[in-house]
Design a protein around this ligand. Structure first.
Ligand SMILES: [Zn+2]
Length: 334
């Protein structure tokens, strides 16, 4: 069976539930984000399936994962997470869950069993109570694995650190270059959220290579008001950065970190340039003094933020990136 055939809209699921119930089958329900599917998930779903005749899984939508886990998650988009879950033999039907909690779906389908992973025991008490109230049973299943998606992500980060010796080698570095993104590294496209529209500006590749070779570390500090205004999501923003990092990386350039402000002007946060929040945070995290830090940008806001944070500032829009890089090299402390 093609996994896609197990994926159903809420209305299609209504019919599926009615048909299974009419055939006298016991329906089990469980839910989760299933972002990085691992052995713990597989074993848990297999154990859940043994408790019932048919297992339906509600996969949290991207928006709900962002809300209840982290704005940086999920890693894998909802339609792909649903396909992966549907590909498991233990799973009979998959649907998308927009709410953070399964309460409304439980009340809609009243499955015989509401099955939860062991680690979710305490935060879904209300859903459990609701299931018991309509006569359903609540089962908690332990997976038997310690693996978790967050644990995997941590390990990926650690492996990346070990895999790239140049990162360890820059323990002592001459300075930190904080680069604005739009209008400085890439052509300014208002509310950019399409990776295909990235266009690295002239002189950027050579300039960054020179700075890097001189022992300066590179990070990005960027205002992304479009997120706060709802024009695009953090995931869209990350996808654009992923493309940029790939293009820079293939030229041999390493960006150590990306700081971004997701707020709109109206939110009056302390990170949106010309405020200094992102810059002071970067200096703190890199353990470097303002005198050894350069803010490179193309706007008055960039220059003001850098100056207010006590950094050196270099403006690229009039001279181009190559000349800006030379300026930094002539001013960087030995
Ligand atoms: Zn902000």
């Amino acid at each position: 069976m093609n996994p896609g055939e197990k994926i159903r809209s809420l209305e299609q699921m209504d019919q599926w539930v009615a048909a299974e119930r009419a055939a006298g089958r016991r329906i089990g329900f469980t839910c989760g984000s299933f972002d990085l599917l691992h052995a713990g998930h597989v074993q848990y779903l297999a154990a859940a399936r043994e408790l019932c005749d048919r297992l339906m899984v509600a996969v949290n939508s991207d928006a709900s994962v962002s809300r209840y886990k982290s704005p940086l998650r999920p890693i894998v988009p909802e339609h792909e997470r649903m396909i992966v879950v549907a590909g498991l033999a233990a799973v009979d039907a998959v649907t998308l869950m927009d709410d953070d909690r399964p309460l409304s779906l439980l009340l809609r389908w009243k499955p015989d069993l509401y099955i939860k992973g062991g680690d979710y025991a305490e935060d879904s008490l209300r859903s459990g109570d609701a299931a018991r109230a309509y006569g359903g049973r609540v089962e908690v299943v332990k997976s038997g694995f310690e693996t978790s998606s967050s644990g995997l992500m941590e390990r990926i980060g650690a492996v990346a650190l070990h895999a790239e010796p140049e990162r360890a080698a820059v323990q002592s570095f001459r300075g930190l270059i904080l680069l604005d993104r739009d209008g400085t590294l890439i052509r300014n496209v208002p509310f950019l959220h399409d990776p295909a529209k990235i266009e690295i500006l002239p002189g950027v590749i050579d300039g960054l290579l020179k700075l890097q070779a001189a022992g300066l570390r590179l990070a990005i500090v960027t205002n992304q008001q479009g997120i706060g205004l709802g024009y695009y999501t953090v995931q869209d923003f990350i996808a654009v950065n992923q493309r940029l990092l790939r293009e820079l990386g293939s030229a041999g350039i390493r960006i150590s970190k990306i700081y971004f402000c997701p707020h709109s002007l109206a939110e009056q946060c302390s990170c949106r340039k010309p405020a200094t929040g992102m810059i002071t945070r970067a200096m703190r995290e890199f353990g470097i003094a303002p005198e050894q830090t350069f803010l490179v940008g193309d706007s008055d806001d960039d220059m003001q933020a850098g100056a207010d944070a006590g950094c050196q500032t270099v403006r690229v829009d009039r001279v181009g990136f190559a000349a800006a890089a030379d300026q930094i090299l002539s001013r960087a402390p030995g």
